[in-house]
Ligand binder design. Structure first.
Ligand code: AMP
Ligand code: ZN
Length: 116
């Protein structure tokens, strides 16, 4: 995806504050953090959203690799002790703004009211 901002970050074509990277996954600070810690966890391969990603075996394998990276991303982000919230906004009604699938990893404070 030529014009996808997270593809460009994954390739190192535009700058980001990376906290973790392996062959398939990159994690970096959100530009507009909503909590003391706000990291985006992103597969390097382009999938528009979680629904599209999970509809076929290749995407499920990419999601598995992303989940396998999670403990290390949590650790290096300093969130091992007190917990965190992991959020995915999928599609229009959820308010997804960047159409490259990503998790928001947020923490570093009491996170307040829950929707669910
Ligand atoms: P969502 O609304 O769930 O699609 O989340 C997209 C997130 O990407 C927002 O929290 C933005 O602040 C963040 N964001 C957009 N552009 C960048 C960027 N270049 N570097 C880091 N975070 C970004
Ligand atoms: Zn992309």
């Amino acid at each position: 995806m030529d014009d996808c901002i997270f593809c460009k970050i994954a390739k190192g074509e535009i700058p980001s504050r990376k906290v973790y990277e392996d062959g398939h996954v990159v994690a970096f600070w959100d530009l507009a953090p909503v909590a003391p810690v706000h990291i985006l966890i992103v597969p390097k391969a382009h999938y528009p959203n979680l629904y599209e990603m999970t509809g076929h075996p290749e995407g499920l394998a990419a999601l598995d690799r992303l989940h396998r990276a999670l403990p290390e991303v949590v650790r290096v982000s300093g969130l091992s002790d007190k917990g965190f919230r992991l959020i995915n906004n999928c599609g229009e009604n959820a308010g997804q703004t960047v159409m490259h699938v990503h998790y928001h990893l947020i923490g570093g404070m009491e996170l307040g009211p829950r929707i669910i």
